[in-house]
Design a protein around this ligand. Structure first.
Ligand SMILES: Cc1cc2nc3c(=O)[nH]c(=O)nc-3n(C[C@H](O)[C@H](O)[C@H](O)COP(=O)(O)OP(=O)(O)OC[C@H]3O[C@@H](n4cnc5c(N)ncnc54)[C@H](O)[C@@H]3O)c2cc1C
Length: 287
């Protein structure tokens, strides 16, 4: 494992914002995870997990505790006859490529989601008609309160919309995925189609966290925000994307505070007009 002090969080987040972490621990294998937790507890410091950083917003003041970075954790994938075993630090894009190359179907609609496998399992990430819960059979996690490694079935993870209740206080170490066969050529073309769709609908030219808000029941956050006339609305270096109203982009010089203020502003405007309180999907991490 690697322990760093005063590491700049902006370098690890897709928003490219965030101050320094007091301690930043890069865990590499299962044993490191327990050691990192003990390290934080010995210093009586709070700790948070960070994967590929594509769904988090750290503040400009940084994090006055221990950030446990899982982007290097178990960076391996193993193919067996009827399943694929994948470490938490593997990028979801690597898993998509790995499966498509082998003619394994089920992952193609997840193409273009920029998270790690650990973060994606924890968030039950998904797009189009697929969520992680549809392809995962089991996962192995470190249970923080009990300080032990446990196995969880798909049902144990208690997956919901962008949430896995059963993984609260648990660190995903690796996960087991179904192996269903499909036509390799078709799967490749499907991935290309998905990536094109994303490119045409999402402002991928700017740093962002993807969709800022969860979908409210029976509606779309993007539609409500657009109806409030907020596309292009700016606070400092943060802007509601002109291309996709549920994206708040960093125009290049945004502070975390600009993004947070804009999130709250959008929430207020939507609430005033529709009486709907949008719930952030992005994890806002304060001290
Ligand atoms: C351009 C763009 C497009 C996106 N499109 C989509 C999309 O289509 N669908 C979608 O669902 N999301 C999308 N996202 C959001 C994001 O990519 C997903 O939520 C992703 O799964 C987050 O993974 P991560 O590794 O980046 O997690 P992080 O952002 O690092 O962390 C997210 C949460 O997971 C926790 N976590 C991280 N690693 C672990 C671990 N090993 N064990 C337990 N908890 C962990 C963190 O503590 C945090 O609470 C998009 C983001 C961007 C920037």
């Amino acid at each position: 494992m690697i322990i760093l002090k005063d590491e700049i969080l902006a370098n690890y987040t897709s928003y490219r914002v965030g101050g320094k972490a007091k301690y930043f621990i890069k865990v590499i294998n299962n044993d490191d995870v327990g050691v990192a937790i003990n390290f934080a507890e010995r210093l009586s410091m709070n700790y948070v997990l960070l994967g590929a950083g594509s769904n988090v917003l750290f503040m400009d003041e940084g994090f006055n505790g221990v950030v446990i970075y899982t982007g290097l954790l178990n960076r391996w994938m193993i193919e067996k006859d009827d399943y694929i075993l994948v470490g938490a630090g593997v990028k979801l894009s690597e898993l998509v490529e790995f499966s498509v190359e082998r003619g394994v179907s089920g992952f193609e609609e997840l193409a273009g989601i920029p998270g790690s496998v650990g973060g994606a399992v924890n968030m039950n990430a998904g797009a189009f008609n697929t969520e992680i819960k549809d392809v995962l059979t089991e996962c192995v996690a470190y249970d923080m309160p009990r300080k032990k490694i446990i196995n969880l079935s798909n049902a144990d993870c208690k997956f919901g919309y962008r949430i896995a209740e059963g993984l609260k206080n648990r660190i995903v170490l690796f996960a087991k995925f179904k192996k269903m066969y499909g036509d390799k050529k078709y799967l490749k073309s499907k991935v290309d189609e998905i990536l094109k769709k994303r490119d045409s609908k999402q402002p991928l030219e700017y740093p962002s966290c993807g969709s800022v808000f969860k979908r409210p029941k029976g509606d779309y956050a993007g539609r409500l925000i657009e109806e409030c006339g907020l596309k292009g609305y700016r606070i400092g270096g943060a802007m509601v994307s002109e291309k996709h109203a549920n994206f708040i982009v960093n125009l290049g010089n945004a502070k975390a505070k600009d993004i947070l203020d804009l999130i709250e502003f959008v929430q207020n405007e939507v609430y005033k007009k529709f009486n709907i309180l949008l719930e952030p999907e992005v994890k806002i991490i304060k001290n």
